[in-house]
Ligand binder design. Structure first.
Ligand code: FES
Ligand SMILES: [Fe+2]
Length: 409
């Protein structure tokens, strides 16, 4: 019998795990592209354009609180019909004009009755010994507003840089029986009016045609039409005032669906209907309005043939509208709201792994960065015009059918 000690059992080192969440650095976001407050690069660029801030009826004799680009404001319509948008704190001693009373010539503060017109000019100071004296020296801070396409538009940038309020070819060219309809309902896939995440998450969604195939077709059932479930061949290109996405789908009948959508500057959703009710030029435009860094909402104007048509186009998941779904159903049938809001209040850009299918996102961010640079260089942003006779803005977006016979030629 050998007295050699039994050989020690071999020590097999424990394999060190890699990629665990323990080593993950804290996430960060691209603040240059996401912050919208006054004085930030994006905030200043956005302030060089007109933005929709309400539907026409939002401006009424009842003052309304609105929040736009991180600023709290009061919207009203004086009794002679002029809309006004003013800083909330009265120029006298700061009481909110939300409690003001709207009159023929403007809005009157509840505290001491100073009256301001739609351009902030002080019209009356009833408690002063000489109510009319010096009133011209007081101005309630205000912003210019205009009404067009059923929406109220505000310009919140430097006064000497105010461009003309643009008109759009696809809203100016109406077929027989068509009329314009405006609404402030939500993102197409449904959700509350105010979406609790950064506006850029929705803006980037516009150049992301692949999520239509996965999220809106495979994952949550066919939300639109069957053609949209086909995996497209996609190309993107940067235009003067948009990033354009061209999606080609080879249909089972041999025809080709050529779908062009655009993310237009500064916040435009130029997306033809994914329900493909008719072919041709895009039917509606949407504007993503950044409320602040952490929320946005959407205004839409479309050519319709029936009243309420835009609202009827809202997606249903499992046969229900977004707000009718239970938490479990939201989990089972997620839509744009769930996909975008769960990216974070502001998406964690440092943790992204962009791939080939994100080329549109890269192009869009590049275009936005170029725009921020233009402002820093003292130039005008893309797409603004100072000529009242400038033609309507043209987009090439639409759903187009290329018949197989034409493909052969
Ligand atoms: S605080 Fe508004 S009138 Fe005095
Ligand atoms: Fe979507």
């Amino acid at each position: 019998m050998s007295d050699t000690p039994s050989s020690p059992s071999r020590v097999i080192p424990i394999q060190v795990d890699s990629g665990t969440a323990y080593d993950k650095p804290a996430p960060s976001s691209n603040l240059e592209l996401t912050q919208v407050g006054k004085g930030t690069p994006m905030g200043e660029w956005l302030r060089r354009y007109w933005h929709p801030i309400g539907v026409l009826s939002d401006a009424s004799s009842t003052p309304r609180k609105v929040r736009v680009l991180g600023e709290d404001l009061i919207l009203f319509r004086d009794l002679s019909g002029r809309p006004g948008l003013v800083y909330p704190h009265c120029a006298h001693r700061g009481t909110s004009l939300f409690y003001g009373k709207v009159e023929e010539k403007g809005i009157r503060c509840c505290y001491h009755g100073w009256l301001f017109d739609a351009q902030g000019q002080c019209m009356e100071r009833p408690c002063e010994p000489a109510p009319d004296a010096h009133r011209h020296k007081v101005r309630q801070p205000w912003y210019p507003v205009q009404e067009l396409y059923g929406l109220i538009w505000a310009y919140m940038g430097p006064p000497d840089k105010k461009p003309v309020l643009p008109r759009y070819e696809c809203l100016e060219t109406l077929e027989d029986g068509e009329f314009l309809e405006a609404n402030d309902n939500s993102i197409g896939g449904g959700g509350p009016q105010v979406i609790p995440c950064n506006w850029l998450q929705h803006y980037e969604n516009l150049v992301d045609p692949f999520h239509v195939v996965i999220l809106h077709s495979a994952f949550s059932g066919t939300q639109f039409v069957e053609q949209m479930a086909l995996m497209p061949e996609v190309t993107w290109d940067t235009q003067a005032h948009s990033v354009r996405t061209v999606s080609i789908r080879h249909l089972p009948d041999g025809n080709v669906l050529r779908r062009i959508s655009e993310a237009g500057l500064p916040t435009l959703r130029v997306i033809p209907s994914p329900r493909i009710g008719r072919y041709g030029m895009v039917e509606s435009l949407g504007w993503v309005l950044p409320i602040d860094d952490h929320s946005f909402r959407i205004y839409v104007v479309g050519r319709v043939k029936e009243k309420g048509e835009l609202v009827k186009m809202r997606s249903r998941l499992n046969g229900k509208l977004w707000e009718e779904l239970t938490e479990e159903e939201h989990q089972q049938y997620p839509g744009d709201y769930e996909a975008m809001v769960s990216q974070g209040v502001i998406a964690h850009h440092s943790e992204e792994h962009l791939a080939q299918s994100d080329i549109g996102i890269v192009k869009l961010r590049r275009l936005l960065k170029q725009q921020l640079q233009r402002i820093q260089d003292g130039l005008d942003p893309a797409g603004v015009s100072f000529d009242v006779n400038s033609p309507p803005v043209h987009f090439s977006a639409g759903n187009f059918l290329v018949c197989k016979e034409d493909l052969k030629n």
